[in-house]
Each structure stands twice: as structure tokens, then as C-alpha cells.
Design a protein around this ligand. Structure first.
Ligand SMILES: NC(=O)c1ccc[n+]([C@@H]2O[C@H](COP(=O)([O-])OP(=O)(O)OC[C@H]3O[C@@H](n4cnc5c(N)ncnc54)[C@H](OP(=O)(O)O)[C@@H]3O)[C@@H](O)[C@H]2O)c1
Length: 315
């Protein structure tokens, strides 16, 4: 056994590059080279889980992170941890259970994924940014003083913001026809969308700090290297398909209505509150200029929206 850095959510948007980057940084580290990485998944047979298992210094374990206890963390000698929690309505109950277990097990440092900085407020009209605010408030309480933590507040991820653009281009490539382009983006507001791989790279740099004290209790704002508007996304699609986009719907919230239709009656209003999440982006409050200085100094995000779209087309 060896001191362990645990990655929760390892197969997801931010967790995969956290694991990949940790493996490289630990090898080169003077102080943490004896640390191993445990990456968690609920299914070892998944494609990403199988990829993670091939990375040097990484052990992939099958466990649902919501069941983690202080005893399990002690048994696996976890000293530092990353967590990218789901943001479903029960997030607070499940993620706070994890942080409490970490506190009780004497884990030294946790890096967590929050959400878009402009939304992390107690009076956010969308429910899940209030959850992220509440988790940060819990971690800031005197009772949690022994657990060092950093909360990363990334802007919307490129794979989410550009999903319909990539789908239209792929559809056009195979059929030569178009369907309407439904964008969550507004036509004119610039938004500093970020590739989740860049978020994971920054998280890994934090987790490999010889002493993370300088980052304790910090909330860092992460955006991509530049902004993109809805009109610019349309122009990117047009360059790829070599034709005008025939029908564009900006600020399109159809997918949230589809999500709400799929849940039980009692949760519908909570899910529908997600309609308010993009309002700060539409108001121009989520631009790349808001990125924290520490992010730019330690591991500045590199991938532009155009780069991310190219990568999505190769998948
Ligand atoms: N999407 C965005 O644009 C965006 C932007 C900013 C912030 N965020 C925040 O990012 C956080 C999520 O981070 P992420 O996107 O990196 O994670 P993710 O890809 O959504 O999930 C990470 C992994 O967690 C496991 N998982 C998913 N749902 C679960 C559940 N209900 N119970 C237990 N395990 C579950 C899955 O792994 P296995 O199947 O392998 O177990 C999944 O691959 C959210 O809190 C969200 O608010 C998202």
C-alpha cells in the first residue's frame, strides 16, 4: 500500500484528464512520487475505465462513490482526493457525505468541481448552483477546518455547449441534409466555454502541489482561452458543412423540457429550474476575462471552442 490520491468521477468529463495528468505529474514529482492513484467507476467494463487501467500508477476500482465511508478511505490510505459529483437533486446529501467521510478519515486535501462562477449563489434560480454554493458553505464551516479544499468553478463545457453543432455537422456529412440547429447560446453574448480536459489538467496540478495550503478554501474561476457567441458557432458550422445553416434557434431550452418530462412528477419543477442556468451567460457575465489568476499561472486552459468542435467531430 502507498499514500493514495483518489479520483471520484474518473470516467467523466473532467475526471479522465485529471487521472491522465496526475499520472504524468506524480512521476516527475519530488515529494509525491510514492503516491498511487485510485480511479473509481461503477463499471470496470466501460471504455474509459478500461483506458484508465492502462495508465501507469493508476488502479481502477469498481465502487459507487456515494457509498464511500471514512473506514474505506482509511483502508485505501487516501490522503488527497478529486470529486466531480453528479448534480442531480440529491447531490447535497451524497456529496456532503463524501466530504464528511474525508474529514473523519483525515484526508488532507480535496479538489472538487463546482459550476459556473456567476451562478454559484444562494439565490440562483436554477437549483444545482445553489447546491454547489451549499457544499462550498459546508466546507467553509469551522467544523470542516481540518480538511483543506479547493472548489473549481468552470464555465459551461464545450462538449455540452457545442453538442448540437457537432450533431448537425455529422448529420450533414452522412445525409447531405440539415435539421434545425438548436443552440443554448444566445446570438450575441460572448461566453468563455471551457474544454473539460483543461479543467482536469488544472485539478491535477493542484493535487500535485507539495503543499496545497495556498489554495485552501479557494474558489477558482475557469474559462477557455477565448469567448464564443452563438453567431460564431453558426459560422463554424457553416465552414464545416460548406453551406448556410437553414434554421437556427438561439437560447433553445428544449432539452430541459425533455429532461423534466422524463423524471417523476415531484422533481419536475426542480429540473425545470435549470432553464435559468444560462441566463448569466446570455447577460454577458461568463466571459474568459473572469478566469482566476491562479488558473492562468498554474495550468492555463488552452483548447478553443473551434479546437473542441474539431475533436468532437473525430469522435
Ligand atoms: N456540463 C457542464 O457544462 C458543466 C459545467 C460546469 C460545471 N459542471 C459540473 O460538473 C460536475 C460533474 O463533473 P463531470 O461533468 O466531470 O462529471 P460527469 O462526467 O457528469 O460524471 C463523472 C462520473 O461520475 C459517475 N456518475 C455519474 N452519475 C452518477 C451518479 N448519479 N452516482 C454515482 N456516480 C455517478 C460516472 O462514472 P461511472 O459511470 O464510471 O461510475 C461519470 O462518468 C457537476 O457537478 C456539474 O454541475 C458541469
Amino acid at each position: 500500500m502507498a499514500p493514495t490520491i483518489l479520483v471520484v468521477g474518473a470516467t467523466g468529463n473532467t475526471g479522465r484528464s485529471t487521472v491522465e495528468t496526475l499520472s504524468k505529474l506524480l512521476k516527475a514529482s519530488n515529494t509525491l512520487s510514492d503516491h498511487r492513484i485510485i480511479a473509481l467507476t461503477r463499471s470496470l467494463s466501460g471504455t474509459v475505465a478500461q483506458h484508465l487501467a492502462t495508465i501507469p500508477g493508476v488502479e481502477v476500482l469498481e465502487k459507487n462513490w456515494v457509498d464511500i465511508t471514512a473506514a474505506w478511505l482509511r483502508e485505501h490510505e487516501v490522503v488527497r482526493a478529486f470529486i466531480a459529483s453528479h448534480n442531480q437533486p440529491n447531490q447535497f446529501a451524497e456529496e456532503s457525505t463524501f466530504h464528511l467521510a474525508a474529514l473523519r478519515a483525515g484526508v488532507q486535501y480535496v479538489v472538487r468541481i463546482s459550476t459556473t462562477a456567476a451562478n454559484v449563489r444562494p439565490d440562483s434560480d436554477a437549483y444545482y448552483p445553489r447546491t454547489h454554493w451549499a457544499i462550498e458553505a459546508l466546507l467553509s464551516s469551522p467544523e470542516f477546518a481540518a480538511l483543506q479544499w479547493t472548489s473549481l468553478q468552470p464555465n459551461v463545457f464545450t462538449n455540452f455547449w457545442l453538442a448540437s453543432a457537432a450533431a448537425l455537422i455529422k448529420h450533414h456529412r452522412t445525409t447531405g441534409t440539415q435539421h434545425p440547429l438548436r443552440l443554448l447560446a444566445s446570438r450575441d453574448a460572448p461566453v468563455g466555454v471551457i474544454d473539460p480536459d483543461d479543467v482536469g489538467v488544472f485539478a491535477a496540478h493542484l493535487l500535485c502541489q507539495p503543499d496545497p495550503a495556498a489554495h485552501n478554501k479557494a474558489r477558482y474561476v475557469l474559462n477557455g482561452p477565448g469567448d464564443v457567441t452563438g453567431a460564431e458557432i453558426v459560422a463554424m458550422v457553416e465552414r464545416h458543412i460548406g453551406a448556410r445553416v437553414e434554421s437556427v434557434s438561439y437560447k433553445d431550452l428544449t432539452f430541459i423540457e425533455e429532461m423534466a418530462a422524463a423524471v417523476e412528477a415531484g422533481s419536475k419543477s426542480v429540473i425545470l429550474s435549470i432553464r435559468h442556468a444560462p441566463e448569466t451567460a446570455w447577460a454577458g457575465e461568463c466571459t474568459a476575462s473572469t478566469t482566476s489568476r491562479e488558473v492562468l499561472e498554474l495550468a492555463a486552459p488552452r483548447r478553443t471552442a473551434a479546437d473542441a468542435l474539431e475533436a468532437m467531430l473525430r469522435e
